[in-house]
Design a protein around this ligand. Structure first.
Ligand SMILES: Nc1ncnc2c1ncn2[C@@H]1O[C@H](COP(=O)(O)OP(=O)(O)OP(=O)(O)O)[C@@H](O)[C@H]1O
Ligand SMILES: [Mg+2]
Length: 256
């Protein structure tokens, strides 16, 4: 198999000191290839978001290394990714409100992200922002609003448009559908799939919803208390989990 696009090697994140210290992530290995979608699942507090933050350089690992396109970029001591390369990995968070500037109109927030990474004129950036927003089902009228005038689902789609603005190679989506209704969920998942096949976007999809993970991803990592306890083909693992914790997760899906 080709070398991974983004890889976390033996990542550990320890929070707290002395007797209080605990590993939110413990010697975890994850990798994603171009055009691949992988899932990370696990109960609340198992370390999924912390691991994701390490992969994009928002959290310093206590130990381990992050590699992007064959180069070591983050370790405990170094955050070596040049600013000019930051566009390559983007993350969408659980809470779409906190990631949008309340004083910027929706189109401005997206145009700003376009302009940071591509040298476009203001009108060009606005056009591209509106196109991205359209693709996410946000109308020109809604694009003129401030974030507070939009619904949670609309705001989430705006943050997705913003994350996609620089044309990233890897998109990490951390519970991106938890605040949106089913039709918006389907729209978002279809868009992610399109980008994956058409542009070779690599996706790391973090979710409690194993149905969505099954729909979008081909491989999955199962986390428990900071450890990756199981990994492999998504369908196989969800159908024949080897690990008792994975079985427990699957059995805890409401309505099963
Ligand atoms: N900055 C921090 N300082 C101290 N502890 C933290 C910090 N960030 C996270 N934690 C702790 O690390 C553990 C893992 O948290 P994390 O947010 O990664 O879990 P998660 O799997 O994303 O959970 P959820 O599904 O609820 O989003 C939790 O016990 C959390 O309280
Ligand atoms: Mg989380």
């Amino acid at each position: 198999m080709a070398a991974a696009l983004l890889e976390g090697k033996d990542i550990t994140v320890t929070f707290g000191r002395g007797a209080e210290a605990f590993d939110a992530v413990h010697v975890a290995n994850v990798a994603v290839h171009a055009g691949e979608a992988v899932g990370i699942v696990g109960e609340s507090g198992s370390g999924k978001t912390t691991l994701a933050r390490v992969l994009v350089g928002l959290q310093r690992p206590t130990a381990g290394e992050v590699w992007l396109e064959g180069e070591r970029i983050f370790t405990r001591r170094h955050q070596q990714m040049p600013r000019s390369e930051r566009w390559k990995t983007q993350i969408i968070f659980q809470d779409p409100y906190s990631s949008l500037n309340p004083r910027m109109r929706v189109w401005q927030a997206v145009a700003e992200a376009v302009q940071v990474w591509q040298s476009l004129s203001k009108p060009e950036a606005k056009l591209e922002a509106l196109q991205l927003l359209h693709a996410m089902g946000i109308s020109d009228d809604q694009a003129q609003q401030f974030p507070k005038a939009l619904s949670g689902g609309q705001r989430q789609r705006v943050s997705v448009a913003r994350a996609l603005a620089p044309g990233p190679k890897v998109l990490i989506a951390d519970e991106p559908t938890s605040s949106i209704d089913q039709s918006a969920q389907a729209q978002l998942l279809n868009l992610l799939r399109q980008l994956q096949t058409a542009r070779g976007l690599a996706i790391i999809f973090i979710s409690h919803d194993l149905g969505l993970v099954r729909y979008l991803t081909s491989r999955v990592y199962v986390m428990q208390k900071g450890d990756i306890v199981e990994t492999g083909d998504t369908r196989l693992i969800l159908e024949q989990p080897e690990h008792s914790y994975t079985r427990l997760l699957i059995d805890s899906i409401p309505g099963r």
